[in-house]
Design a protein around this ligand. Structure first.
Ligand SMILES: *Cc1c(COP(=O)(O)O)cnc(C)c1O
Length: 481
């Protein structure tokens, strides 16, 4: 048993003992100098612990954390999980870190130059004409992008209120559509996991504003008919929005602008190495073609003789979508990553992401057959085999058992269109040894499932908490403290 397994799961307030204390400060402010109405009437209910108790409590908790710095993370639909340490150095350089959000542009030339240069580089990589770096999450980028599309039709005087979203799209897409005031038209994918051109044709009409597709889609599959799909849309006056959150399967290989995408977003926290999870801060940069440039949110960073400045007055802009200059420190991290790589390296990144996912998929196919038996992009969607299902093994059992072997669980039960989905994304940065160890473990779990199914059904065995009642945990959170 290691430290983690022996961990005392009591909260600090439960470990508290009256009279225990850590550092002691001599009182420097006389209570009488503060108006009594601002003083507490009762002592705050804080845990009473010695300094060592507190330090050990939190250090042990931090060791229980699963992170990319400690473990392999096969979560799908998250894309890269590599956060180069040099990013932290550059983003915390005093010249950047000390700029006040309200600083005059003259005092923030370096930051503005990077924002400007980064937009240019992202457009080049994606074959697009213009960009905004203000959105702070993928979903925020989608929202911004759909507002840009809305403005486009408003200016043209066209009343279009429908957005087609294939069932292989990310869940944030239909949510964005609703938030932006459109109606979602959901279309079913074909058996190969791709958009069915006939189904698309049947759903396109004079009210269709946008086709919002995820590429690669949430099954990890590329839409091989993308040019036909886009032609159908454009012939109908419909814009094509590409959810490019998973661009690290495509970067350096194809440019969405070349096959006709009008608007797209990138998740810099997925494709350009900035940390993600926990709800941010992230960056969902939006890229558009020239005909949509006027609608981008302000401020616009422009290059003029003598330096960089910002423009707020653009008649057709959708307005501001974020205060100040967004999560600038996130942009600085992504920029560092970008300039560390040239076109050749970007291509290798995508190729490695694709090879790693296909390697796992083919090695595990016998035990966990892939949904739609196609080459995948950066991630693969597997399912428990018939033999496992016959033993009553569910995807959740497999995910929980992986924890016992020191692996983070993959994404499970997503995408929703796949029964008992296990979505695995190894990423481009994991080496063959790690991936092989994961494959071996998955096979071992398969064998346990066949020979000793109870082991899986009761997993995890070594974690401080076992199976949680997830519905109860969500509906009746324990808010004692
Ligand atoms: C992660 C993801 C999103 C949402 O991005 P957030 O930054 O979590 O809002 C959207 N689409 C796809 C395909 C994704 O993988």
């Amino acid at each position: 048993m290691n430290d983690i397994q022996k961990f005392d799961t009591r909260l600090s307030v439960e470990k508290s003992k009256d009279g225990k204390r850590g550092v002691h400060f001599k009182r420097t402010i006389d209570d009488h100098s503060i108006d009594s109405k601002y003083l507490r009437k009762t002592e705050p209910k804080l845990p009473q612990m010695s300094e060592f108790d507190a330090v050990r409590h939190f250090t042990k908790l931090s060791k229980m954390n699963f992170s990319v710095d400690t473990h392999f993370y096969p979560l799908g639909s998250c894309t890269m999980k590599y956060n180069p340490k040099i990013n932290e150095e550059t983003s915390s350089m005093t010249g950047f870190a000390s700029v006040h959000p309200l600083a005059l542009t003259e005092c923030a030339q370096g930051t503005l130059e990077i924002i400007y240069d980064m937009k240019t580089r992202l457009c080049e990589l994606c074959g697009m004409d213009d960009a905004t770096l203000w959105p702070v999450a993928g979903a925020h980028g989608e929202f911004t992008g759909v507002l840009v599309a809305k403005k486009h039709f408003e200016v043209k005087g066209e009343l279009r209120d429908e957005i087609i979203v294939p069932d292989s799209a990310h869940g944030t897409n239909p949510a964005t559509v609703t938030m932006a005031g459109f109606k979602t038209i959901n279309i079913k994918s074909g058996a190969d996991g791709r958009i069915d051109l006939n189904v698309l044709k049947q759903n396109l009409n004079s009210k269709t504003a946008v086709l919002m597709l995820t590429l690669p889609n949430t099954l990890g599959i590329f839409e091989t008919h993308i040019e036909d799909i886009i032609k159908l849309c454009h012939d109908n006056g419909t814009l094509v929005y590409m959810d490019g959150a998973n661009m690290n399967a495509l970067i350096g290989l194809v440019k969405p602008g070349d096959f006709g995408v009008d608007i797209m977003h990138l998740n810099l926290h997925k494709t350009f190495s900035t940390p993600h999870g926990g709800g941010g801060p992230g960056s969902g940069a939006i890229l558009v073609k020239k005909h949509l440039s006027d609608y981008l949110p302000v401020p616009i960073v422009v290059k003029k003789e003598g330096g960089f400045s910002v423009e707020e007055n653009r008649p057709n802009t959708i307005g501001r979508i974020k205060a100040f200059f967004t999560n600038t420190a996130v942009l600085l991290r992504a920029y560092t990553y970008m300039i560390m790589h040239g076109p050749k390296e970007f291509k290798e990144i995508s190729e490695n992401a694709i090879i790693n996912a296909n390697y796992i998929k083919s090695k595990l196919n016998k035990y966990y057959p892939a949904y739609a038996n196609e080459f995948c992009m950066h991630e693969c969607v597997l399912t428990p085999s018939k033999e496992l299902e016959e033993k009553g093994i569910k995807t959740l059992d497999i995910a929980k058992r992986l924890l016992d072997y020191g692996f983070h669980a993959p994404t499970v039960y997503f995408p929703l269109i796949v029964h008992e989905a296990i979505m695995i994304e190894p990423t481009e940065t994991e080496n063959k040894d790690t991936i092989d160890a994961f494959i071996e473990t998955m096979i071992k779990i398969y064998e346990e499932g066949i020979n000793n199914p109870e082991t899986l059904k009761n997993a995890p065995h070594t974690m401080p908490v076992k199976r949680l009642d997830e519905v109860k945990a969500a509906r009746e959170p324990n808010l004692r403290w």
